[in-house]
Write a protein that binds this ligand. Sequence first.
Ligand code: UDP
Ligand code: MG
Length: 321
Amino acid sequence: MNGKNNMNVPIIGIVSPCYNEELVLNETSFQLNSILSDLVERNCISEKSFAVFVDDGSKDKTWLRIEENAKQFKHIKGLKLAGNVGHQKALLAGLLTFKDDADALISIDADLQDDVRVIEEMIQKFTSGVDVVYGVRKERKTDTFFKKNTALLFYNLMKKMKVNIIHNHADYRLCSQRVLNALSEFGEVNLFLRGIIPSIGFSNDVVYYDRLERFAGESKYPFRKMAAFAWNGVTSFSNYPLKLVTIIGFLIFFFCLIMTGYALFALYAGDVVPGWLSTVLPMYFLGGIQLFCFGIIGEYIGKIYSEVKQRPRYFIDKRIE
Ligand code: UDP
Ligand code: MG
């Protein structure tokens, strides 16, 4: 504990990014506020504890709802970003803005898919000295077959590429202040928090929960965004795809050697047909592979480009306490 408060109980902050979540905010505010009030009453956390909704440039009445709820509920706060920057950066904005106001921050989705009942367990682990507590999904009963299996494929792929991520953990986690201070030193624009946090180190533990149905509204992560997110995760933490380019190149070179041997043999045996296929096919084949490899290298160059510009990752418009 950082001894920020006299009673020796920690100040806990909950950070929840929202994009077009007007339908869920009243319920989420109510639930988070109740949990915090209850924990304060039982003297588990400081009364300065809070839950902050980060409005990620929503186009609906999200900010209005946040303002209303901040008035109505004691522990609710709001942070409005200047525009839509995406879930990861919005979450980062919340974490970095409020890290000095709490001993630990818990990140959670606004749609109540992450079971709020394990918040208490996270706080208990933190109080007993753990720096990072990961929320890990027990089962994915409510996810579609497609989402479940693409997620599984993603986690396995990441493991193969030696990226250190926690299996079945999304962005539901508690981080102590010193972990957040470490996080603030990461300057990257291509954010993949699930990879960054484990790479920081410090002591960690997990709590298990069932992933629930979204309370209301629809997913802001369609397949296109999910795939982009997964690809960002791979290319931000692994050079394996670049290595793959080398491996593919070598295999093709090897294949060509064999083909040359075969062609010479066929020539020697007099078994030559005016070969259109054997000329054109390798051309297409090699052309395809080359483009693929250029593509991968290009992806990384694109990343370098966006990183060297060192542009700010978000701008804050308003803040309500
Ligand atoms: N979100 C955000 N900015 C975006 C997209 C989503 O802040 O550009 C928030 C969203 O409001 C929610 C969380 O990120 O609180 C997770 O999004 P969602 O529930 O749509 O994703 P899913 O659970 O379907 O993967
Ligand atoms: Mg969701």
